[in-house]
Design a protein around this ligand. Structure first.
Ligand SMILES: Nc1nc2c(ncn2[C@@H]2O[C@H](COP(=O)(O)OP(=O)(O)OP(=O)(O)O)[C@@H](O)[C@H]2O)c(=O)[nH]1
Ligand SMILES: [Mg+2]
Length: 200
């Protein structure tokens, strides 16, 4: 979180995290398509020639005022491919909320679990944890006939208590529900912090 008092802007950072090809970039593309252009930036995507995220994607949204400040929500995705671990950690720096995009295909259960473990490790390095910041789990690719039942992922990742939202991001289903859930979580957290420590 960063407050620019002279411009009365509140900057909040949400990171879409998850294994390779789970649909993180697709989420941002759908949000970009569905949001009022006056309330969103351009979508910046740094991709390889095969459409894989190279560094991150970035999209900024503007919300209605909170406590006289204009909140700007910055959405980032991480690159899911295994060898970009250092980039994933870097993108998480200063994060206010995480959307974990899991892949529903049965053969991706292990990749989901490994990505989940790496998320925990990186957050710990920033003195954060999955219970300390708002987190939403999106179970994506529900359109696939072999999609695993949500409870299987819940058990494997030990997701007791975390919100799980089913989605088919490629069709836009569940994308805005996921966004709403994480934005509500992040804004509620900020409001609580402002009450606890009013700044001006
Ligand atoms: N069937 C199906 N395919 C999807 C869905 N969401 C995304 N995809 C496809 O999955 C592929 C990967 O999507 P991306 O959004 O690029 O995945 P990513 O997580 O950003 O991948 P990396 O950047 O490499 O980590 C693309 O071909 C998408 O069209 C979905 O809900 N169902
Ligand atoms: Mg991507």
């Amino acid at each position: 979180m960063f407050i620019n008092w002279s411009r009365r802007e509140l900057n909040l950072k949400v990171v879409y995290y998850g294994p390779a090809m789970s649909g993180k970039t697709t989420n941002l593309e759908q949000i970009f398509k569905r949001m009022d252009p006056r309330r969103r930036s351009d979508l910046v995507s740094l991709k390889t020639s095969e459409d894989r995220t190279l560094f991150f994607d970035f999209l900024q949204l503007e919300l209605g005022k909170i406590a006289g400040l204009t909140p700007k929500i910055q959405l980032y995705t991480v690159p899911g491919q295994v060898y970009y671990e250092a980039t994933r950690k870097l993108v998480l720096n200063g994060v206010d909320g995480v959307v974990f995009v899991a892949d529903s295909q049965p053969n991706r259960l292990k990749d989901n679990a490994e990505s989940w473990a790496s998320l925990k490790t990186h957050l710990r390095a920033y003195n954060l944890s999955l219970t300390a910041i708002p987190l939403v789990v999106q179970l994506n690719k529900r359109d696939l006939p072999a999609a695993i039942p949500p409870v299987l992922l819940q058990r494997r990742l030990e997701l007791n208590g975390h919100t799980v939202i089913p989605a088919t991001a490629s069709e836009g289903a569940g994308v805005l529900d996921t966004l709403k859930a994480i934005v509500n979580g992040v804004v509620a957290r900020v409001e609580k912090e402002m009450v606890a420590a009013p700044q001006r």
